[in-house]
Ligand binder design. Structure first.
Ligand code: G
Ligand code: G
Ligand code: MN
Ligand code: NA
Length: 254
């Protein structure tokens, strides 16, 4: 498959770039974090959407070196923004299941943090609920060691997997991100509204922070705020931004 071999050299050819989507505090109305989203600028194909190349990167194993590139590039961006005098909120980086199950993930992240000197508080990692499903004891141990580095952990796409409450309690996780598919129809679908309400109240009783994804309308925002959701992200606040536009948003402090 041609795309896999092209993907192999993409980092060296400087074809990857990062976008940043603001995560807004319900109470502060300010940017409290940004999610890092990888983009592939292919010389002929143009901008390849992650939905097309992330699955290929996963099945080919390339997600491990590419994922490392993402972490290092995010740290480099933090350093550059700080050097320019910006107050940089924590950056949230997505990890694939394959990275989570990779033997040396924690050591590699520790090495990058030492090398880049940004401080562990500068990074958060998003792990999909689906990657928690098998080899659970190993995953618990990996997440504990990751947490031991001082980085924060979130469960991404929450609600789409099947994690039990007792399993959640064993995980050193700070945050749940409610999947966009539940937020989308909260106005018209009473069941989705009930699920979102239940996730938020469960998260609060487990002392977890809750982020709603895919917030597109003021109705959704006010509904989530009323239920006690802590932060939100979505096109209502901002689409994913280039580094230049993200820096501009941080300067405006909105
Ligand atoms: O912008 P959006 O199309 O960026 O992202 C689509 C999907 O790709 C999302 O599910 C997102 O989690 C995933 N994704 C984006 N960037 C990364 C990345 O750096 N690593 C991994 N593993 N997934 C990513
Ligand atoms: O799976 P993950 O949550 O990491 O993916 C983030 C994805 O969601 C990215 O593709 C991003 O572009 C997309 N996204 C972010 N906000 C919105 C939104 O408000 N509406 C829609 N439809 N997609 C969004
Ligand atoms: Mn995510
Ligand atoms: Na998600």
């Amino acid at each position: 498959y041609a795309m896999v071999s092209e993907l192999r050299g993409a980092a060296e050819r400087d074809e990857f770039l990062l976008n940043f989507q603001p995560i807004i505090g319900m109470a502060s109305g300010r940017i409290e974090a940004m999610e890092v989203l990888l983009r592939w600028q292919h010389p002929q194909r143009g901008l390849v959407p992650p939905m097309q190349f992330i699955p290929l990167a996963e099945t080919s194993g390339l997600i491990v070196p590419i994922g490392e590139w993402v972490i290092r590039a995010a740290c480099a961006q933090i350093r550059a923004w700080r050097a320019a005098g910006l107050q940089v909120p924590p950056l949230a980086i997505n990890l694939s299941a394959i990275q989570v199950h990779h033997k040396t993930l924690v050591e590699r992240i520790a090495a990058i943090l030492r090398e880049m000197e940004v401080g562990a508080g500068a990074l958060e990692f998003e792990i999909t609920e689906g990657s928690l499903m098998n080899k659970t004891d190993e995953v618990v141990s990996t997440l504990r060691r990751l947490c031991g580095l001082g980085v924060r952990l979130a469960i991404d796409d929450f609600g789409t997997g099947y994690s039990s409450l007792s399993y959640l309690k064993r995980l050193p996780v700070d945050t749940l991100k409610i999947d966009r598919s539940f937020v989308m129809d909260i106005r018209s679908d009473a069941e989705d509204a009930a699920i979102v309400g239940a996730v938020i109240s469960m998260a609060r009783s487990l002392k977890l922070k809750v982020i709603a994804e895919g917030v597109e309308t003021p109705y959704q925002l006010e509904f989530l705020r009323a239920l006690g959701c802590d932060q939100y992200q979505g096109f209502l606040a901002s689409k994913p931004l280039s580094a230049i536009d993200a820096a501009r948003r941080l300067t405006q402090r909105v």
